[in-house]
Design a protein around this ligand. Structure first.
Ligand SMILES: Cc1ncc(COP(=O)(O)O)c(C=O)c1O
Length: 467
C-alpha cells in the first residue's frame, strides 16, 4: 500500500467527520494553518483536502475555504419486483440508439458515455498510429493471427497480473470492441431461448446484445445501498436453469456501484454451485477515484466458468475498435464465433494499442483522467444538488463516469423531458436500462467531458424550470 503523507491530518479529520463530531457545514482549517500545524508542505495539505473531497466528506467553496460536506441522501427504493421473473428480452419502448455524431451543436449532451474530446489522449493515439503505419508498413495489410497479436495479448495479460488476475494466453481473444466480446461470450455459452441473469439497471447496449441473441432474462436488482442482490440471484438459480450471469463488478453503468470483494467471492461460490457461466464487464475498472484498481471476479475463479471482457473505448477513445475476451473454458467455441464475425481485429488498432500499453503513457493518461473524472463527479453532484428539487437523490460514484439520478415522486417525468428538449439538455432516460421499463424516475448523467459555461447554465435553467 502507498503511504500517503497527507494522512497525518486526513485520518483524524476523516474519523471526526464520519463519527459526526464535525457536523456538515463546519468550516475546516485553512491550508496555511494546517501547513504550520503539521510542519508540512502546502501541496501535501492540498492533496489531503483533494482526497477528502473525492471521498465526499469535504467540499470546497471558492474564496471561502473547505467545509464538512452535506451528505446526499441516497435513493432507497428497489424498483424491481422482489422475486425473480423470467421475461423476454424486449424493450418496453422503442430504443433510439444514440451516437455522438447525432448530437446537434447547441445541445448540452450528458448522454454520450465516452471521454470528451479534451480528455481523450488524441495526440498520443494519433502519433502512435502514424508511427505504426511508418514502421510496420504493408504488413498491416495482412490478416493477423485469428485470436490476436501475441505481443498485445501478452501486454494485456501482464497488466491484469498487476491486479492479481491471471489470464491464460490460450483463452484470450481480441475482438472488435467490448460489445462484440459480449456477443461472442453469450453466444458461446447460450442457445436461443436460454435464460440468463443480468444485473439491473444495466446499460442498454448490453441489453440490446441480449435481445439480438433472443435470450430470456431474469433481471437481478442492484440495491442502491447494498449493491448487486446476491440472494435474489440465488433464488433465480433455484427456480430456473440459468445459463449465464452478466454483471459489472466495478462501477456499473449507470449506477457507478461495485461489488465488494466479499460479494465477488460469494458470487463465485454460487456460480460454481449452480454451474452458471459468469460474464463480467471490465470497462470501467481502470477509472477508480481512490485507492487501487478493484479486482475482477476472475481473480477468484479457477474453474474457467468466468469470462471477462473489456475494451479501450472508455479509457482511450471509442473509435479504437479493440476489445478483449478472456473466455475461460469456452474459448474453442468463442474462437469459432469470432471467426464467423470477421476473423482478426484490424492490425492498425492492435499495433497502436500494443505500443500505447508498452510504455508508461497509458498509465500516465489514466492518472490524469481519473483525477479529472473524480473532480467532475464532484462538480456534477453539486450541480444537481444545488439546482434540482431538494428531494432529488443520486448515488455517489466511486469511479467511472456515470451519475444515476432519481427525480422526486412529484416530478412529472414527461414534462421534465419536454423541458430538457426545450432547453437543450440531453440525459439518458432511466427506463431504457431495463427490459421491465423500471427506473422511469431515474436518468443517467455522464460527466466525462468539460463542464462548459453553456452546459452549467443549461442545468441551472433546467433546475429553475422544474422547481
Ligand atoms: C458496459 C459496456 N459495455 C460495452 C460498451 C461498448 O464498448 P465498445 O465500444 O468497446 O464496444 C459500453 C459503452 O457503450 C458499456 O458501458
Amino acid at each position: 500500500m502507498v503511504d500517503y503523507k497527507y494522512k497525518i491530518f486526513t485520518d483524524s479529520l476523516e474519523k471526526n467527520i464520519r463519527e459526526g463530531v464535525l457536523k456538515p457545514g463546519y468550516k475546516l482549517p485553512s491550508v496555511r494553518v494546517l501547513k504550520e500545524q503539521y510542519q508540512t508542505s502546502i501541496s501535501t495539505i492540498q492533496k489531503g483536502y483533494e482526497y477528502l473531497m473525492l471521498i465526499g466528506l469535504v467540499e470546497s467553496v471558492p474564496k471561502s475555504g473547505y467545509f464538512v460536506a452535506h451528505q446526499q441522501q441516497e435513493p432507497i427504493e428497489a424498483p424491481l419486483k422482489a422475486y425473480p421473473v423470467v421475461r423476454d428480452a424486449v424493450f418496453k419502448q422503442h430504443l433510439g440508439l444514440m451516437s455522438a455524431q447525432e448530437e446537434e451543436r447547441n445541445v448540452s449532451a450528458f448522454n454520450v458515455a465516452t471521454p470528451g474530446d479534451v480528455f481523450m489522449p488524441q495526440q498520443l493515439i494519433l502519433r502512435t498510429m502514424q508511427q505504426v503505419i511508418r514502421e510496420e508498413g504493408a504488413s498491416l495489410l495482412r490478416y493477423y493471427p485469428a485470436s490476436g497479436s501475441p505481443v498485445l495479448k501478452g501486454r494485456i495479460i501482464t497488466r491484469a497480473t498487476r491486479h492479481q488476475t491471471y489470464i491464460h494466453e490460450e483463452a484470450l481473444l481480441l475482438t472488435d470492441g467490448a460489445l462484440q466480446a459480449l456477443y461472442i461470450a453469450l453466444a458461446a455459452v447460450c442457445e436461443v431461448g436460454d435464460v440468463i441473469a443480468v444485473e439491473s439497471p444495466c446499460v442498454f447496449s448490453v441489453l440490446e446484445v441480449i435481445r439480438m441473441l433472443r435470450l430470456k432474462v431474469v433481471e437481478v436488482p442492484i440495491d442502491l445501498r447494498t449493491g448487486f442482490d446476491i440472494d435474489f440471484f440465488k433464488q433465480a438459480c433455484d427456480k430456473n436453469n440459468i445459463k449465464a450471469l452478466v454483471v459489472t463488478p466495478n462501477f456499473n453503468n449507470p449506477t457507478g456501484l461495485s461489488l465488494s470483494n466479499e460479494q465477488k467471492i460469494a458470487l463465485i461460490a454460487l456460480v460454481h454451485r449452480y454451474n452458471v457461466a459468469l460474464i463480467e464487464n471490465d470497462m470501467y475498472s481502470d477509472l477508480y477515484f481512490q485507492g487501487e484498481r478493484p479486482s475482477l471476479i476472475k481473480r477468484y475463479d479457477d474453474s474457467g466458468l468466468v469470462l471477462s471482457y473489456g475494451s479501450y473505448a472508455k479509457t482511450l477513445a471509442p473509435g479504437i475498435r479493440l476489445g478483449w475476451l478472456s473466455a475461460g473454458k469456452f474459448m474453442a467455441r468463442a474462437e469459432q464465433i469470432k471467426f464467423a464475425l470477421g476473423s482478426s481485429v484490424s492490425p492498425i488498432y492492435q499495433e497502436t494499442v500494443s505500443r500505447i500499453l508498452a510504455g508508461t503513457a497509458y498509465d500516465r493518461h489514466l492518472r490524469s483522467f481519473r483525477l479529472q473524472l473524480a473532480k467532475n463527479a464532484h462538480f456534477a453532484m453539486h450541480l444537481i444538488a444545488d439546482n434540482f428539487p431538494t428531494e432529488t437523490t443520486f448515488v455517489r460514484p466511486q469511479g467511472g463516469y456515470h451519475l444515476w439520478v432519481r427525480m422526486p415522486d412529484t416530478t412529472d417525468m414527461s414534462a421534465f423531458y419536454a423541458l430538457c428538449d426545450q432547453i437543450g439538455v440531453k440525459f439518458t432516460p432511466g427506463s431504457i436500462f431495463s427490459f421491465s421499463g423500471a427506473y422511469d424516475r431515474f436518468f443517467r448523467m455522464i460527466f466525462a467531458d468539460r463542464f462548459s459555461k453553456e452546459k452549467i447554465e443549461a442545468i441551472r435553467l433546467l433546475g429553475r424550470a422544474i422547481r
